[in-house]
Design a protein around this ligand. Sequence first.
Ligand code: WT7
Length: 682
Amino acid sequence: MTDSTTPAADSTSIESLLHENRHFPPSPEFAANAIAKPGIYDTAAADRLGFWANRSRELLTWRTPFAETLDWSGAPVARWFADGTLNVAENCLDRHVAAGNGDRVAIHWEGEPGDTRTLSYAELTTEVKKAANALAALGVGKGDRVAIYLPMIPEAAIAMLACARLGAIHSVVFGGFSAESLRARIDDAQAKLVITADGGWRKGKVFPLKPTVDSALAGFENAAEYDGPAETVEHVLVVQRGENEVAWHEGRDLWWHEAVGGASEEHEPEAFEAETPLFILYTSGTTGKPKGILHTSGGYLTQAAFTHRNVFDLHPETDVYWCTADIGWITGHSYVVYGPLANGATQVMYEGTPDTPHPGRWWELIQKYGVSIFYTAPTAIRSFMKAGREIPQGFDLSSIRVLGTVGEPINPEAWIWYHDVIGGGTAPIVDTWWQTETGAIMVSPLPGITDLKPGSAQKALPGISLAVLAEDGEPLARGAGGLLSITEPWPSMLRGIWGDMDRYVETYWSKFPNGVPGSQAGGPAYFAGDGARTDEDGDLWLLGRVDDVMNVSGHRLSTAEIESALVAHPSVAEAAVVGASDETTGQAVVAFVILKSRFADEMAVDAPDLLRAHVGQQIGAIARPRDVFIVAELPKTRSGKIMRRLLRDVAEGRDIGDTTTLADTTVMDIIADKMKAAPAED
Ligand code: WT7
């Protein structure tokens, strides 16, 4: 599993980061109107549970008020606000209409071809009520799982909220995942309904979704064991978007515009207990099988709403907010759907890619809608930097007042560019650290309060307790690098891994079983899987994953998952995958492959392209390796473990350090020679 606990970033880059000494204090004007007031940290520290209880009461509408804030007696499974009841969809919709804000725009949607839709809170509420009625008519009810495989169209949010309204559990699968990945997720969750579209627009073309669902549900004849048709799925609900031709399975398939279009606009939301599961979202871990991260209702919505309001300084009456994340990732769940809608925000939602039909499309949308809060990933910022500042400078971005980043560390150079070119030199940047598992932002500056430091995610939010720990769980002094740990339960924490509670305990809670001294809740501390270090001011610097998980363009990929996809190919004998640092994407997938001897000669030339395509087809385009190197040997320890650190060194062109633990020290020379001889890849 883990070959070393050394953080992925190399020590020279850490040193140069820590010498970053530019500071950006908040302007007095910003601070005067900021949502978060400086006293917030002390208030939360004085009474952490009371702080969260008050935030929950203030930000959400409870049907039955809760009396108990946290029950940690079943650690590591927390129960937050457990004796309260609420309806998540009602909190995101109906109550805003009831408060007189029905005419406020909830979503300014822009399709990639330039078609648009505007949905007010009243209209969105009606659409969700109709969808809830249609889903209920298909037999979807409390606790049922619904797989959602859609492009970035309003129906994605509507489908999620319709599930929430019924107490059903959605499992959104990113539209870029393959039929195999989709099928694995449908089977693991035992979904009874799949909501998809015929296709969606991407890069000027329609990409098919329904055909992928069809092959996922039909099963795979080339699978190791033919897995037959999916057994749990009763219906497929299809939104018409791409207008591409689709096959139709009578009795199973239904058009959304017929089923939802014909449904009643009346729907009374039922109140559910706070710990009612809200969604499952799959993410990669250190093994080949993705983990279904389970989130529940009251605590999740509390922290999503609180962080969205305070971290982005949201003034819902005047701000126009835009988060560029796809609904298929946790950022799309918490900061496109649940956080913004719970807060009654007006937001932009965009279907396509940033450079279609022209490289300034995003900036054009900011200008068009007067976006004031903009949240995106460092990888996107770096690719815009490469394309040149003339492109954004061709648009009026003066409406921007807060910028955010998420997914990976932002290098100071990209931070400064973002600040100057997109933020007009004045907008504060919030670098937000969190994970699919944490559900909501955990570490970030607070605009108007924090003295910003480019490259650092800075502070645990009020109500969040973190520590940087040594391997043995000992808290480390400032300046020392170690493992990031969350030392008290938090409202939006995951409640488990779907169907595998042992893996939940093992992955997150077995590293620090005794927690840290002075913990109020007691019990184990959460192991995040990230390396981190605090500087002399107590600001946090994230140093990358410490396990075999890669971060490519802010998306999590597992080395083991890609390796198992590679070895599933008939020509592959062995494979090792590493994340090598990449200027634009943060990390890139690099694979080292040994071919079976009978294929070695005939395939050596074509294998890299063939295997890249194979991984794309097995997992999805995001997992396709940047480079595939065909090698004769892999570096292994005497006990047979692949030494990924060495492969990473080779993949990044570094000198190979100490190889004395290698079983066969000549292996690395062979690999290094091979790489020198390899033609440059795209
Ligand atoms: C991993 C979580 C949270 C939504 C997007 C990714 C890395 C995330 C930052 C940041 C440094 C970051 C961590 C984390 N990460 N945000 N601001 N600075 N690293 O969600 O797929 O669950 O991945 O992304 O390594 O563990 P995810």
